[in-house]
Design a binder for this molecule. Structure first.
Ligand code: AMP
Length: 541
């Protein structure tokens, strides 16, 4: 027997409609590509999104058609988020930091018909337009004053002209909630990027999960600033969840340096944020150098790679900002876990609490999680037994776009992460499958080593890879970027690590670099380090 409740579809457009009706006067603040701040309201954003949806329909974008964006976090990108998906087309957010060849690959693979882009990316579009035959329309996200005098982009359309020629007399269509809403490609460090096609249903359910108290705890009293780009897994779903909860939304545009972010957060009274650890590292450095502390920021979600415990400590103790470690992937929309503490941690010391927060956290409702051995058998939830992390749930990819490389194993999505889960459900990532260091048949966790090294007062960033070793197969090699004005040598690092990790985990080599190679989403590119340094221990007898 079925329940007798209405079967109303969960659609992305309903989020904006809700914001327009319930929080119409709430502000959205956006840093323009040129640097100026633009302000309007959810009511105005909804009206412009309807204009855009109507204009796209006139351009011939049909239900299921793909519209790509190459844009920063700004208000026009936000309008595209709702207009494209809301009208039944699919929004494909492209990462401009991808290699131009990979960018052309994903535009072609997605069969994008329209490309909407910020002026910053005009040279990139001019160079690539000819390689993407399916692209019919190019729209520059700006006003007439932003348009180039001459351009090699065929038939370049001005966004504001497009909107001016349209009107907002447009009703969001209703369709099946399983309809595709958005398309994101994995960063493709090995092989070509693969497409993950989110649905309206998965996006709306994910927004609920993001909003609850133990995740981002969003409400109309919040002012949210997503530092995470809108081209990185939909800014982790924040634009949708902000509309659902009527949060004031602050979009930082291209200015992501410490000084700009701090100023914007203070001026707009931002209460919560989200981004990768490298962003928080540079903001913390800026605040430390200038003796500043944030006055309105209460919490931030950190994910994409592990935030070391020492950094969590700085944010908690020095800046009074609660760090909520989250784990996720493009394939998981991305929210999988959140790292809030449990009541029993209330009595723990700050150090113990920070150690707990350095784990990747517990599965949110809607995500099931387990670790399995090489034969697919579930490993005990004892915080010690490591294995590959598998997940399943209504916002986890069931397949890749166009059926490429089957995604599932026995109905679960194999994440490629090695993890443990403890009795309270806290998951801790020790490595990516491809990054784990196999020394004499035993595993060494590069993340644990990096985490430990990051606590050294002279260390800004650390990364560890397995280098080939004639006797042990692989041994850890550590790369360290020193804090400005600080000094430490290999012996100092090894001595510091000696009481923090097992003796046989200590790195065989410590190499000091000026910077670490960062990928398109701010993660350390261990592939690049391996390419250059995999044989660095070859001369060891
Ligand atoms: P992407 O799909 O590019 O966002 O990458 C997803 C991968 O990032 C995951 O499979 C993890 O390896 C890594 N990752 C995401 N969040 C965390 C985290 N909080 N700690 C450690 N690694 C993370």
């Amino acid at each position: 027997m079925f329940g007798s409740m209405m079967d109303r579809p969960l659609l992305v457009s309903s989020l904006l409609e809700h914001a327009e009706r319930q929080f119409g006067a709430t502000e959205i603040v956006s840093r323009e590509t040129g640097g100026a701040l633009f302000r309007y309201t959810y009511r105005a954003a909804a009206s412009r999104a309807r204009r855009l949806a109507k204009a796209l329909t006139r351009l011939g974008v049909a239900h299921g058609g793909r519209v790509a964006t190459l844009a920063w976090n700004n208000h026009r990108h936000l309008e595209a988020y709702f207009a494209v998906s809301g009208s039944g087309a699919v929004l494909h957010t492209c990462n401009p930091r991808l290699h131009p060849e990979q960018l052309a690959y994903i535009l072609n693979h997605a069969e994008d018909e329209v490309l909407m882009f910020d002026a910053t990316f005009l040279p990139l579009v001019e160079a690539g337009a000819g390689h993407c035959p399916a692209l019919r329309h190019f729209v520059l996200l700006g006003g007439p004053e932003d348009m180039p005098k001459e351009s090699r982009v065929p038939g370049l359309i001005c966004y504001e002209d497009l909107l001016a020629a349209s009107d907002d007399d447009f009703a969001w269509p209703e369709f099946d909630e399983r309809t595709a809403s958005t398309l994101c490609y994995t960063s493709g460090t090995t092989g070509n990027p693969k497409g993950v096609l989110y649905s309206h249903r998965s996006t709306v359910l994910h927004s609920f999960a993001l909003s609850v108290p133990d995740t981002l705890s969003l409400s109309a009293h919040d002012c949210v600033l997503p530092v995470v780009p809108m081209f990185h897994v939909n800014a982790w779903g924040i634009p949708y969840a902000a509309a659902m909860n009527g949060c004031k939304l602050v979009l930082p545009g291209p200015k992501l340096d410490g000084a700009s972010l701090f100023q914007l957060m203070e001026d707009e009274r931002v209460t919560c944020s989200a981004g990768v650890p490298t962003i928080w590292l540079s903001l913390a450095q800026y605040m430390e150098q200038h003796g500043l502390v944030p006055t309105t920021m209460k919490r931030t979600v950190v994910g994409g790679s592990a935030m070391p415990q020492a950094q969590i400590h700085t944010w908690t103790q020095r800046f009074g900002v609660e760090v909520r470690h989250a784990w996720g992937m493009t394939e998981t929309s991305p929210l999988g876990t959140q790292g809030c503490l449990l009541p029993k941690h209330g009595a723990a010391t700050i150090d113990e609490q920070c150690a707990q927060r350095a784990k990747q956290g517990r599965a949110v409702y809607g995500v099931e999680m387990r670790v399995v051995d090489a034969d697919g058998n579930e490993r005990p939830r004892d915080g010690k037994s490591a294995g590959e992390l598998e997940v399943r749930g209504p916002w986890i990819a069931g397949a890749y776009f166009k059926g490429e490389a089957p995604a599932l194993r026995n109905g679960w999505f194999p994440t490629g992460d090695i993890a443990t889960i403890d009795a309270d459900g806290y998951m801790q990532i020790t490595d990516r499958v491809k990054d784990v260091i196999k020394s004499g048949g035993e595993w060494i966790s590069s993340i644990d080593l990096e985490n430990a090294a990051a606590g050294h007062p002279a260390v800004l960033m650390a990364a560890v890879i397995g280098a080939r070793h004639p006797k042990w197969d692989e041994r850890p090699v550590m790369f360290v970027v020193k804090k400005p004005g600080q000094d430490v040598d290999k012996a100092g690092i090894v001595a510091y690590l000696a009481d923090k990790v097992a003796k046989w985990w200590l790195p065989d080599e410590v190499i000091f670099l000026d910077t670490l190679p960062l990928g398109a989403t701010g993660k350390v590119q261990k592939v690049d380090l391996r390419r250059e340094y995999a044989n660095v221990l070859d001369c060891v007898a």
